[in-house]
Design a protein. Structure first.
Length: 272
């Protein structure tokens, strides 16, 4: 196997070049390397060939095998070799021709790599929620010490109270609560509803929070994340992202750029 194909960062460079997501300078350097480095050229040609095989094989049958593989990976020996059976398709002649060449060039590695990318795509919504709008991280940064809301969230973080119980407790915090407790309660409600995928309830909580403080950025990113969690299409995601991407000064601008790049990637389009 071409050594470059064992390096995920190299594959990401190939993806970025193919999708045109590089600067002019980077693109020129890449092309120059293709013209002067035979090993690099071989790796890139193998990458293109293997992608063709993967695209031909991303059928409902392969999707189901990937899902099953994902489940089995949780309980079986991680070093166990998994084989995705091939079945005839309308493209079988073309597939066989490409497959014969690509297997010799390392396509089996790419099939395994596609499984890794499948896992990343499926895990991304939960990862993004935890990183960009996580209730645990907010609780750890809380400026309050010992307020009623802080104690409620502490019980949730320490798992002595369920999410539903925490929501019930937070909803009992009235607008007349001292200090910023009511604002914090609504903000935490938004985060908990987000974790449950309840976008309508989440939106209401963040709207109340924004009315109290004028800070709407949490609600903007939450809309994007809840849309992701619900598995909505790219068009709906694009609408939610636009609110952030149109404002480079937005608190979550960099995160929105990352999400936008993710949902427009080759792997995202295959597995969603």
């Amino acid at each position: 196997m071409t050594p470059h194909l064992t390096d995920e960062t190299i594959i990401e460079q190939f993806e970025s070049h193919l999708n045109g997501n590089t600067s002019q300078e980077t693109r020129e350097t890449f092309i120059q390397k293709l013209n002067t480095d035979p090993q690099w050229q071989e790796a890139y040609q193998t990458f293109l060939l293997s992608r063709e095989v993967i695209e031909l094989k991303i059928t409902e049958d392969l999707r189901s095998h990937l899902k099953q593989w994902n489940k089995e990976a949780q309980i079986e020996n991680p070093e166990k070799e998994n084989i995705i059976p091939l079945r005839p398709t309308g493209n079988i002649r073309r597939l066989n021709s490409v497959l014969r060449t690509a297997v010799a060039a390392g396509v089996l590695f790419f099939l395994s790599f596609s499984f890794i990318q499948y896992q990343k795509v499926k895990q991304f919504p939960d990862m993004a929620m935890a990183e960009y709008q996580g209730i645990h991280s907010k609780a750890n940064r809380s400026e309050g010490t010992g307020s009623k809301v802080d104690l409620i969230i502490l019980d949730y973080v320490n798992k002595t109270q369920s999410a539903d119980q925490t929501i019930t407790s937070l909803k009992q915090i009235s607008p007349d609560a001292p200090g910023i407790d009511y604002f914090k309660a609504q903000n935490y409600l938004g985060r908990l509803y987000l974790l449950q995928g309840k976008c309508s309830e989440m939106d209401i909580a963040y709207q109340i929070s924004a009315q109290l403080t004028g800070y709407k950025y949490d609600g903007d990113i939450a809309q994007v994340l809840c849309t992701l969690k619900q598995g909505s299409g790219q068009e709906e995601l694009a609408v939610s992202l636009k609110k952030i991407l149109d404002n480079p000064e937005h608190t979550f601008y960099d995160q929105a750029v990352e999400i936008d790049k993710k949902i427009n990637s080759f792997w995202w389009s295959l597995f969603n």
